[in-house]
Design a protein around this ligand. Structure first.
Ligand code: MIC
Ligand code: SF4
Length: 651
């Protein structure tokens, strides 16, 4: 029987288990990437687990999230990361080099390889035909130590593309269409595999825009074939040797096939406050816009910025708009500078921003109160921009550029005064790898630079026999890890769990952290009750690590998203699901809860009874957590760190 692309690559990397959808497998990880906001914890855990050297083929430590450097914290992190990369054998990408996903695509990605990254947009590498997966930091630390990565064998959904995009419609509209079809929930343990005759009309950066934002659907990853288009990209990056063809067999099987005719798509936007709220640009036309931001790992390639420059050429932006542009990498910035396009952007009135995550993670360029911000990034969760009372719309670079000229949303297909600039991939990209620092030969002698912002990894106790405590918070559906663990102005505390944990759920309930710490200190366990799709969005393991530090022992939800589910287990928090989702309504914040014999239930089939007590209310609610044997061991040990340290000590 023929194989699809995902099966081919997983088969080549299988360490244990069977490739049967729904079953847990372990795969070998060739490449890893980390970024500074999650990376400090990755390296702290790598050290705490007793690893001496990076053992996978390639590890790259990028600095792209925290580059604002107000106060010493960010710089402390950078120095720590530079010294750990040198000591343990990773490449170090200096701040200013660019955004991890764009850089990895340009300089390191290899078709057919596996890539594990401590960032949810790692699937950007799927644009090059890699199985590229986002994970919690500790899973990446294990992979860097040579360990396998465990995942549920995904169902493979084929997205069959035909035709080609019309003027003013671009890759962003393809993925917004996919989000419109599949939404942001219910796609856990699936992969989108793109195929069909339409793929040959999308270049690698366009494919990467599409695979990048598959993360918003909650799929494990997204992937394109490695074909002539891939070869041309690698050739233009001076890396033709990295190319190999990987296409699906003609008789490959899929769990589902979704057909999209590229020629039928129109410009789309995601409206506040979810990437899944998709509307046509035509239906939003006329909406006044205050801010336009172009960049992020989704849409900051040479193609994107050149398109924007061609639209703005010879024109001035609308006086009421603030336009910010952040190139994805130094390569992109250098190329648009050399070709005079940077000058075009500057004279149009754009603010040129550093080539980092910047505005996307809310640590700069927050819009004004009540403002409307049009962005080419991938997430528009409430408050992520740094302004809760702002509306963020996600659009293509084309729609963003046009809006910056008119001061409102415009469907450009009807415009006669501006011709659509179709930008082609250059024959050769500019190559200058001088901001990558290679692993050092005598690395082990390097002294680690541990400034005061570099904390330690908090310890957890093994899971107790019984859980008793209170519902410290009850939240609704689609709670993102941005809700749980805000980034933006709090981002600089990522390496310091004691301080960072003061901000857990800050945007929803400013007193959560104090309440939880008080319960913990009184010997009570904290419970979180949640609705559907708990833990959407980023991979930040801090959304499990900080609650663990505050004494949270269980989250009981209607359903969970993949990375966060794994992170909760990795930090010894039991992710129970309601057996009947309607039971969620029977539990309220402040209720007294208990689960007797939780260790036995974990050892067995994961079924347990959640006893609820509060004034005038008593209920026994069936809950369950379905776990692999490996996950059971992790939870019983109180987390992956405890388990790995135990295993290393035994050796
Ligand atoms: C994001 O886009 O939310 C981030 C910031 O890149 C996160 C990682 C983090 O929180 O550091 C992600 O996507 O995983
Ligand atoms: Fe950075 Fe934004 Fe991409 Fe996350 S989504 S890696 S914050 S650019």
């Amino acid at each position: 029987m023929g194989l699809n692309i995902v099966e081919k690559i997983l088969k080549e990397h299988l360490v244990s288990g069977e490739l049967v959808p729904g079953r847990e497998i372990a795969i070998r990880i060739d490449q890893t990437l980390t970024q500074d906001a999650t990376g400090t914890m990755v390296y702290l855990q790598f050290e705490a687990m007793g690893f001496q050297k990076v053992r996978n083929e390639l590890a790259v430590s990028y600095v792209d999230h925290n580059t604002i450097q107000i106060g010493p914290e960010n710089a402390d992190d950078h120095l720590y990361l530079q010294s750990t990369a040198a000591k343990y054998g990773a490449f170090f990408s200096k701040p200013g080099n660019g955004i991890c996903h764009q850089l990895h695509l340009e300089r390191f990605g290899v078709p057919g390889k596996t890539l594990l990254g401590s960032d949810s947009h790692t699937p950007t590498g799927g644009g090059l035909g890699m199985v590229a997966i986002g994970a919690g930091g500790i899973d990446v630390a294990v992979a860097m130590g040579g360990g396998a990565f465990n995942l549920v064998t995904p169902k493979v959904i084929k997205i069959d593309l035909k035709g080609s995009l019309k003027p003013w419609v671009s890759a962003k509209d393809v993925i917004l269409k996919v989000l419109d079809i599949f939404s942001t929930k219910g796609n856990v343990d699936c992969v989108f595999e793109y195929g069909g005759s339409g793929t040959k009309h999308l270049d690698v950066p366009e494919r990467a825009t599409i695979t990048n934002m598959g993360a918003e659907c909650g799929v494990t990853t997204s992937i394109f074939p490695s074909d002539d288009v891939t070869r041309d990209f690698l050739q233009a990056q001076g890396r033709i040797d990295a190319w190999r063809e990987i296409v699906a067999d003609a008789d490959a099987k899929y769990d589902h096939i979704e057909k999209i005719d590229l020629a039928e798509l129109e410009p789309l936007a995601a409206t506040p406050h979810s990437p899944g709220n998709v509307a046509t640009v035509a239906s939003l036309a006329g909406k006044k816009v205050d801010q336009v931001l172009i960049g992020s790992c989704t849409n900051s390639s040479y193609r994107d910025l050149k398109t924007v420059a061609k639209i703005l050429e010879g024109k001035k932006i609308n006086p009421s708009v603030s336009l910010g542009i952040a190139p994805g990498s130094r390569q992109v910035l250098a190329m648009i500078a050399k070709e005079g396009l940077l000058e075009v952007l500057i004279s149009a009135g754009a603010r040129i921003l550093e080539n980092t995550c910047g505005f996307c993670i809310g640590n700069s360029m927050s819009p004004g109160t009540g403002g409307v911000s049009l962005r080419t990034s991938n997430r528009n969760f409430e408050g992520r921009s740094g302004t809760k009372a702002a509306g963020v719309y996600l659009v293509s670079p084309e729609i963003a550029a046009i809006a910056s000229l008119y001061g409102r949303i415009v469907d450009p297909r009807a415009l006669e005064e501006i011709k659509y600039p179709r930008v082609k991939q250059p024959r050769n990209f500019d190559i200058d790898d001088s901001m990558f620092i290679k692993p050092q030969e005598n690395g082990l002698q390097v002294k680690i630079n541990r400034g005061p912002n570099i904390g330690t990894v908090p310890k957890n106790d093994p899971l107790p026999e019984n859980l008793t405590g209170v519902v410290t918070i009850k939240v609704g559906d689609k709670i993102t890890t941005d809700h749980i663990m805000p980034a933006g102005q709090r981002l600089k505390f990522r390496s310091n769990i004691e301080t960072y944990s003061k901000f857990v759920f800050e945007g929803i309930d400013t007193e959560f952290s104090q309440r939880a710490a008080k319960n913990r200190d009184a010997g009570q366990h904290n419970f979180i009750i949640a609705g559907d799709s708990y833990g959407q969005g980023s991979s930040r393991e801090h959304a499990a690590l900080c609650p663990m530090y505050l004494g949270v022992k269980a989250v009981v939800a209607k359903s969970f998203e993949r990375i966060h589910f794994a992170n909760l287990i990795n930090f010894g928090i039991v992710p129970f699901k309601f057996e009947k989702s309607g039971d969620c309504e029977k539990v309220s914040q402040g209720d007294i809860l208990s689960i007797a014999g939780v260790r036995d239930s974990i050892k067995g089939d994961g079924k347990a009874i959640l006893k609820v007590k509060s004034a005038g209310k008593e209920a026994d609610i069936p809950v369950r957590v379905v776990l692999s044997e490996r996950q059971k061991d992790i939870l019983l040990a109180g987390g992956l760190l405890n388990l790995t340290v135990m295993a290393v000590e035994k050796k």
